[in-house]
Design a protein around this ligand. Structure first.
Ligand SMILES: Nc1ncnc2c1ncn2[C@@H]1O[C@H](COP(=O)(O)OP(=O)(O)OP(=O)(O)O)[C@@H](O)[C@H]1O
Length: 349
């Protein structure tokens, strides 16, 4: 599927801005981005429940931009599942096939088959209101899958599940997608979902793709300070390049890219909290007041609202006491120019 120069306006508000993207067949693409950046609009325009203002969507060489939703061979799973509350799970899943006037025997066979795959066979006769969040989510998925569409659009389908069920559901979803070979376009706010499921992640910013790649590439080779700040469990750390001889540039590094004990940076531990696999250590860098050294605490870099240049976060296997003074160096870092664009990824040997 390919988007070519797609624009979407709501009145005067530009939501999709010359949007271009090719999604490969069988790919699991996750779309991440801040709130209000056009993710849901992108899905709604793709499935056809919202008309685009300008541009094309091409599927298998055919321009589907002006086709009605039921002629696009695309299914969408909504965040709130949009199930029919007065129907059983069976009736919900069968609904699109009934609308397509399929024979009863075929409907029964398909619904049972998909219910088996998604492990909801035993709840088929239950009313939808009696199902758990996880079961509802699977019914919604089954209802989308039963039509056997080529492309699936999923808008935060796991967000109503509790944290543990969500982790299991992620794995199942990924497995189903690979087994069936469908193309999935999956919108989420949850970066760990992106990291665990996506073949590629597209970061949407103001209706355009800011960067696309594997989650790892986005983390390690963030193309802009904006992406570095946005992606990851913690934002990328940024310091002035002056400190290490790169005047006018910004140095970006992840909290795990440090070696403790030696190096040309030092600071005082402000906070040390235990994470799942390591300690998250917050450091107030030395030299904060030095105008030729580290950026002053109140200075903002680029578009990173409220980013205080003086406080960094590190990941460590060691527990530190508050007030402890530590020295550290960088195992790798990225260099950004004045406009916040990536210049170089450096890995000192
Ligand atoms: N029907 C509509 N009429 C007018 N403006 C709309 C409409 N739908 C969305 N918008 C606006 O378009 C912009 C993008 O909305 P959209 O829901 O696509 O963002 P999103 O990235 O999915 O956000 P979120 O992550 O919060 O769900 C927002 O500014 C929103 O207010």
């Amino acid at each position: 599927m390919k988007y070519e120069n797609v624009y979407k306006f709501y009145g005067k508000t530009k939501v999709l801005d010359k949007f271009n993207l090719e999604i490969y067949d069988g790919e699991f693409l996750v779309v991440l981005g801040p709130s209000g950046t056009g993710k849901t609009t992108l899905l709604r325009v793709t499935v056809g429940i919202e008309e685009m203002t300008q541009g094309k969507i091409i599927i298998d060489g055919e321009d589907v931009s002006r086709l009605p939703p039921d002629k696009r061979n695309i299914a969408m799973v909504f965040q709130n599942y949009a199930l029919y509350p007065n129907m059983t799970a069976y009736q919900n899943i069968a609904f699109p096939l009934r609308m397509a006037k399929k024979p009863k025997t075929e409907i029964k066979r398909k619904v049972e088959e998909i219910a088996e795959t998604l492990k909801i066979a035993e709840v088929l006769e239950k009313n939808i209101t009696l199902l758990s969040g996880g079961q509802k989510q699977r019914v919604a998925l089954a209802r989308a899958l039963v039509r056997d569409p080529k492309i699936f659009l999923l808008d935060e389908p796991l967000s109503n599940l509790d944290a543990r069920v969500r982790v299991v559901a992620r794995g199942e979803l990924k497995k189903i997608q690979k087994e069936l070979g469908h193309t999935f376009v999956y919108v989420t706010h949850d970066q760990s979902e992106a990291g665990s499921m996506a073949d590629r992640v597209a970061i949407l910013r103001s209706g355009k793709i800011e960067q696309i790649g594997t989650y790892e590439e986005l983390l390690n080779e963030s193309q802009s300070t904006w992406v570095g700040d946005f992606i990851g469990d913690h934002p990328m750390n940024f310091i002035s390049g002056n400190k290490i001889g790169l005047k006018g540039h910004t140095i970006g590094f992840r909290d795990s890219w440090v070696s403790e004990g030696t190096g040309n940076l030092s600071g005082t531990v402000e906070l040390c909290v235990m994470g799942e696999e390591s300690y998250h250590v917050q450091i107030l860098l030395d030299g904060v007041k030095d105008s030729d050294g580290i950026l002053p605490a109140d200075q903002e870099i680029g578009t990173m609202d409220g980013f205080a240049g003086s406080t960094l976060s590190l990941r460590s296997s060691k527990k530190y006491n508050i007030g402890e003074h530590i020295r550290f160096g960088l195992n790798r870092y990225n260099v950004y120019d004045e406009s916040g664009k990536l210049v170089e990824c450096v890995k000192p040997s």
